[in-house]
Design a protein around this ligand. Structure first.
Ligand code: AVI
Length: 320
């Protein structure tokens, strides 16, 4: 059954998300312009991301789903029975059902900052798992979250699929892992997806698909800024670019200006020169030892690690 959750909002009188405006105004004033990737996910952006996960070139979703589908009983053998599964960022994905079927948890607690999305995906999941107690929590999981009292006594299994951890620079990723450790408590485990370092051509193709879906996803950020922050950015003057940054082991997405452009956002003037870019996303890739170091720094000791049949993606089980 589905239980009620809590709501959180931070909008000013115009209904503008304060954090969005601050991030955009600060980021556009930098020498290397940048907007944090978390602002991709408005309604259109979330739909485009779902489309990305179905692209032939975007391997992470299929590779991770393969791991969870094939390794369910091994994972269950290490987690044991009766844990509460706490998912950070409730996915509308096919991944969660694989995990829930494999480990038969005592409860499922999806945590997401978007209440609408949380309620929809929780209701769909509760319908598919009629015997499972589902406790959605609307919260920002980058900070420690208080879990519902009814799961307080249960050992927890955190679930953070999708290599979303890769969208954070390592110090921020470590902070997040530590917050998850605080949320989940002693005796908890964490099952986390991390994308692997591989041939840069394959990586760039995954982030610059021939169909142009990732380009539309990236450019949608400019439409969102124009719409929600009263901007006049000429979107057509920008093109999508995905670059492999080898020294920092990450794919970077940029919006590159094709000509010199002046524009305004929220009443503030900005200028960008032809060839300069707005940096919109990092997607860090890890080799096994790098992921071990990251997890250890975040308070988690790896117990087991699985990869897909083509060794493109990894899922790690770690303990507190
Ligand atoms: C959500 N995140 C893990 C995706 C990634 O692969 O870094 C976001 C994405 N950006 C472009 N394509 C997918």
């Amino acid at each position: 059954g589905l239980r009620a959750g809590l709501r959180i909002v931070d909008e000013d009188a115009d209904g503008v998300d304060r954090a969005f405006r601050e991030d955009v105004l600060r980021g556009l004033a930098q020498r290397q312009k940048a907007v944090p990737s978390r602002w991709f996910y408005d309604e259109a952006g979330s739909r485009l991301f779902e489309d990305i996960t179905a692209l032939a070139a975007y391997y992470p979703t299929r590779a991770e789903t393969e791991i969870l589908a094939r390794r369910g009983s091994e994972i269950a053998g290490l987690t044991g029975e009766g844990r509460a599964v706490v998912e950070f960022g409730s996915g509308s994905s096919a991944k969660t059902p694989h995990l829930l079927r494999a480990i038969a948890p005592a409860a499922y607690v999806p945590i997401d900052i978007s209440g609408d999305f949380l309620r929809k995906s929780s209701a769909a999941l509760a319908a598919d798992f009629p015997g499972l107690a589902v406790f959605p929590v609307e919260a920002d999981f980058t900070k420690p979250v208080e879990l519902p009292g009814l799961v307080a006594g249960l050992p927890k299994l955190g679930f953070f699929p999708g290599s979303t951890i890769g969208n954070l620079v390592p110090p921020t990723a470590v902070d997040l892992l530590r917050s998850m450790r605080a949320t989940l408590g002693d005796g908890s485990q964490l099952l986390i997806g991390l994308d692997l370092i591989k041939d840069p051509a394959m990586l760039v193709a995954a982030y610059d698909d021939a169909e142009g879906v990732t380009a539309a996803f990236n450019l949608n950020l400019l439409d969102r800024i124009n719409r929600e922050l009263d901007g006049d950015i000429p979107v057509a003057a920008f093109r999508h670019e995905a670059r492999w940054n080898d020294s920092l082991s990450r794919i970077e997405m940029h919006l590159v200006a094709g000509s010199d452009v002046d524009f305004e956002v929220a009443g503030q003037p900005f200028a960008i020169r032809a060839g300069e870019s707005i940096h919109t996303e990092n997607s860090h890739k890890y080799e096994p030892r790098g992921s071990t170091m990251l997890l250890l720094a975040g308070g988690w000791t790896p117990l087991a690690r699985w990869t897909d049949s083509q060794e493109r993606f990894s899922v790690v089980l770690a303990e507190a």
